[in-house]
Design a protein around this ligand. Structure first.
Ligand SMILES: [Ca+2]
Length: 229
């Protein structure tokens, strides 16, 4: 109603605005029209606009409320991190393979059980042998390292033995044995110590290194592991 009554005035004023020299800038025209129109229609028009906006806002809010209350869309369950399963992804999946890429010897006896040097006049030429089994004669050797000449354990140093290709364990639950020896010749060595252990633990979170030791020997080693599922 207000629009039809004052439509001519609106058109006239806007036409006048359009006639303003363009030196005032391209934005002048719409601003001029808006200001002039508001002044002309005054509070009655403003009230009409406010009422219209208010009613549209109510309708829009109603539809938004309906959308918000609509049935939840099905959610896609978040996949567990690799190696885990269960409701809270807290159950470890037993790996199909474990690879051992490094054996680090941290501690070993500098003297033989008789209290003498492992070699006459020199310390041990240490090497490791890793096997699948409990250390008895049925143990299957998977890796025998080269040796370090005249090695000495001082409590802080270590010796790394790195297989050319990582040692592969096809059964994660396997029992394994690690032997430390003093190399003497291709056919003989002195047994220095042995650790029998399980490289896999179903609750330890797939560590990339595990430490195994027997302080009574003493013999301590650290294995670097990786897992395949
Ligand atoms: Ca030796």
């Amino acid at each position: 109603m207000y629009c039809s009554r004052h439509a001519w005035a609106f058109s006239y004023l806007c036409f006048g605005c359009l006639a303003v020299p363009s030196a005032l800038g391209s934005e002048f025209v719409p601003r001029c029209c808006l200001k002039t129109t508001l002044k002309l229609f005054g509070t009655r028009v403003a009230n009409h606009i406010m009422k219209t906006l208010f009613s549209k806002t109510i309708i829009l809010s109603f539809f938004l409320l309906l959308l918000g209350c609509s049935k939840d869309s099905p959610t896609t369950p978040t996949p567990c991190p690799q190696g885990y399963t269960g409701t809270n992804c807290s159950t470890q999946i037993t790996p199909s393979k474990i690879f051992i890429s490094k054996i680090r010897v941290d501690d070993f006896p500098n003297l033989n059980p008789s209290g003498n040097n492992w070699d006459i006049g020199s310390s041990a030429d240490i090497f490791v042998r890793f096997g699948l089994g409990d250390g008895t004669s049925s143990t299957i050797t998977l890796f025998t390292s080269n040796y370090y000449t005249d090695a000495i354990s001082n409590g802080t140093n270590y010796y790394d033995f790195i297989p050319t290709t990582p040692i592969e364990l096809d059964l994660a639950s396997s029992e394994c044995a690690l032997i430390l020896g003093d190399y003497d010749s291709a056919s003989s060595y002195d047994f220095m110590g042995e650790l029998v252990f399980y490289p896999y633990n179903s609750i330890n979170g797939f560590p990339t290194t595990i430490s195994i030791s027997n302080p009574s020997i003493p013999f301590k080693a650290e294995l670097t592991l990786s897992y395949v599922w």
